[in-house]
Design a protein around this ligand. Structure first.
Ligand code: HEC
Length: 206
């Protein structure tokens, strides 16, 4: 069975096999989804398809902000790991200067943005990355000196590229977007941001 189908079964098992509370929760989730759909209208590139949850998101919604059960977490990570497409040319790092621009840029996917324009990743909205930038969010851990602390081995490069490509592959139900999996960033953009984290010359490692 494909991992995605198995994850679906686990989610169903969690609902059916669980107690009455689980059933109530899934009913509430369905009502919430209907209310959301009724109150949003599509605009520009922001269509109502953005409200559709995939199996991972559904499983995480069922966990309702808590850590999901261990077997569900393992299945989410396995399913998402299988989606990561590593670069065919084997090069995992790009240009850190471009990466810094991408990490700073929050525009690209909003309804008012040109769908043909460049898309940013807004990494700074959740992470500290460099010492120079004073305005950053703290939803995610500080990544300042990320490369200096971990080194630049192929394993570290693969983890970093993969984490940015699909964060759920390593931490089930994380708040971090799945930049490659969801088509937010291109392969080259992910390479550039990975270089921002790992290049010794990048401001992250000063
Ligand atoms: C909406 C918030 C959010 C955004 C935007 C975001 N992240 Fe994260 N990130 C997190 C959270 C939360 C974690 C910790 C949980 C986890 O590991 O997924 C995290 C973890 C990470 C980790 C793992 C750190 C470790 O110690 O192994 C890396 C690497 C990372 N983020 C890089 C990035 C990069 C690069 C970007 C921009 C392309 C980015 N993140 C954008 C929230 C975010």
């Amino acid at each position: 069975m494909r991992p995605y189908a198995r994850l679906g079964l686990l989610v169903v098992a969690a609902i059916v096999g669980g107690c009455a509370t689980a059933l109530d929760e899934s009913e509430t989730a369905a009502k919430t989804a209907a209310a959301l759909k009724a109150s949003f209208r599509p605009a520009g590139q922001a269509g109502l398809d953005r409200l559709e949850q995939d199996e991972t998101q559904r499983a995480c919604s069922l966990a309702a902000g808590k850590a999901p059960p261990k077997d569900v977490a393992a299945m989410i990570e396995q399913t998402n790991l299988a989606t990561i497409r590593y670069p065919a040319d084997g090069k995992l790092l790009g240009d850190w200067k471009n990466g810094e621009r991408i990490a700073q840029e929050g525009r690209g996917k909003q309804f008012s943005d040109d769908p043909k324009g460049p898309v940013g990743a807004n990494c700074y909205a959740c992470h500290q990355l460099s010492k120079g930038e004073l305005s950053f969010g703290t939803i995610g851990p500080s990544l300042y000196q990320y490369g200096k602390l971990r080194g630049n081995s192929v394993d570290v490069q693969r983890y970093t590229f993969g984490k940015i490509y699909n964060s759920e592959a390593f931490t089930a139900c994380t708040n971090m977007p799945r930049f490659g999996h969801k088509g937010i960033l291109s392969e080259q953009q992910i390479k550039d941001v990975a270089a921002l984290l790992l290049d010794p010359a990048s401001p992250v490692n000063q």
